[in-house]
Design a binder for this molecule. Sequence first.
Ligand SMILES: NC(=O)c1ccc[n+]([C@@H]2O[C@H](COP(=O)([O-])OP(=O)(O)OC[C@H]3O[C@@H](n4cnc5c(N)ncnc54)[C@H](OP(=O)(O)O)[C@@H]3O)[C@@H](O)[C@H]2O)c1
Length: 304
Amino acid sequence: MSEAKFKPVFIFLDTDKHASPFDILMTLDLIPDVVVLKYENVTPEDVEKIVYDALFPRGPKGIKYTKVFVNGKELETVNAIVEKIRKCMFPPFELSVIVDPRGSYTTASAAVVKTLEILRKLGLGGIEGKNVTVLAGTGPVGVAAAWLYAAEKAVEVIVTSREITRAQKVASRINEELKTDVVKPFQARTPEDVGRAIENADIVLATGAPGVQLLPLNTLKTYGKKVKVVADCNAVPPYGIEGLDPKWDGKEVIPGVYGVGALVIGTLKNKIEAELIKKALQEPKGIFDFRTAYEIGKAMLPTK
Ligand SMILES: NC(=O)c1ccc[n+]([C@@H]2O[C@H](COP(=O)([O-])OP(=O)(O)OC[C@H]3O[C@@H](n4cnc5c(N)ncnc54)[C@H](OP(=O)(O)O)[C@@H]3O)[C@@H](O)[C@H]2O)c1
């Protein structure tokens, strides 16, 4: 078959009972002649069968037009699926794999990019050398954001949780992967605990569950003397950071503390995801996860 005849095919592997229509719709709108296949309730044990059957029928030329999108709520299962896919592939039978579990990786990337943008606008340089606190950083968004801040050479990345063991697990994993010790676990159950977690922070990112307030305004006023940027991923009231409107893009929450709201992060998230899908379509192989998403988002910032 001539290469021009191969249609782009996106195979959605979702760990959830119902595949998310969000990413499917975005893919359909971006690529007019795309064919979408979806598999739900996917477990790591299902991967070999599906992926091997996707790798071979179109041959080494056609495989460049076959893409996999891994999705789902359970991050550990998603990671195990991605590992299985990696193991199934070998040259020339390799394909592009997008990983964005429930939008978390593109959201984390957008949040980190927005905080970087505000730092630059304030003339405060980049993330390198800054102290960061990721509030409730144990979910998929928080883990990816903490990873990115550590990779960008923040001097300290505090990850809070109501349970210290959950924060410890996140910190150990990132420190091990990046061969660093900058990620520090912190147990935060009360506003005072949260206050102590942000005492030295230049950047505070809230990545708590929808509808959960993590940082009351009084706590920010009392403890956030060094804070320059706050950002919140939670768009469901009450928001993660009191006093920070989801539509704000760099507006002062209190004097000297500039805020980025969840809807602003969400808008950039959608742009990043669209570019991630286009990149995976163009490139014949590779894993396109939060690392790629962050590079895409960073490249969208003005150079000066
Ligand atoms: N714009 C978008 O497209 C988009 C996409 C994805 C996510 N989001 C938003 O990003 C945020 C983070 O998403 P996620 O999926 O990573 O969140 P998540 O896993 O649901 O929750 C993150 C963390 O919040 C903490 N938490 C849960 N309930 C809490 C409570 N009642 N009180 C205090 N802490 C609580 C938990 O930490 P501990 O148990 O360790 O304390 C949990 O690990 C959410 O608000 C979500 O809506 C937006």
